[in-house]
Design a protein around this ligand. Sequence first.
Ligand SMILES: O=C(O)CCC(=O)C(=O)O
Length: 284
Amino acid sequence: MLTPEQIAQYHREGFVIIPNFMTAQEVAAYHAEMDRIAQGNTLASHDKTRMEMEPDQPAEGMLIRRIYEPCTHYDSFRALSESPKLLDSVEKLVGPDILFHYSKINMKPPRIGSVVEWHQDLSYYPLTNRDSVTVLFYLDDASVTNGCLQILPRRHHLPLLTHSTDGFFRGKVTESVDASDAILIEGAAGTVIFISCMTPHASVVNTSNQSRRTLILSYRATDAFPIHCHIMTDLVEKHVRLVRGQRSPVARFTMTEFPIPVYENQIASLYELQERSRKKEQAA
Ligand SMILES: O=C(O)CCC(=O)C(=O)O
């Protein structure tokens, strides 16, 4: 359960860090589950509906970049998404009526783990209001060398930064970012970080020999309705479920306008979108 000071920090800074949210035993159980999920998948042959592989490895390489929607597909992660301990904290941030929105595991394997450039989560999933929180668990000790999270504090009340060029969504902030006050969040496995959906965040490549896995869940108030953005909304919304309180008969609007993410080609993951954007910038 978050303390009043932690809740105040979230609203003031746009994030709050809680060490030791998970026990070492819980972390170990999630490691075993991830090993089970990963088994038998290679770059050449993997279940594309369940995971994305690191692209820079041999065909028989087994390094996974992202596991999709663990809280939909696997019981232990689903149980976490509905656990009273976690929902009690989420309730303090978005109110008593809560929808589970989506989940993912970013694997950032040793020596290869991909970069994540600055972005704000709401740019991907526009909603009628900002009562949406990203819950990021460190499942490994995270440091500067294995690509811990970086955050820009106190930006969450400002308008959305630009994430498009030439009218197309690039999956990352495309205007120049003043990162002089960026906070690098090192932390032990079991730490959780609650992040406003409007807080810009990023992480660098993993240059170490240690993996850096993050489990990310997103929740929103039931009166934060999705603004329909083509097939992307349908794909994500099928994972949405009521986890506490009541569904809302009204949508609450707190913004008068919001940019729609328009994809240049087919829908792509954050990694692919950002990679394409970097290639485009290099070619220009
Ligand atoms: O795992 C990370 O480093 C953060 C990733 C992230 O922000 C995302 O997947 O939206």
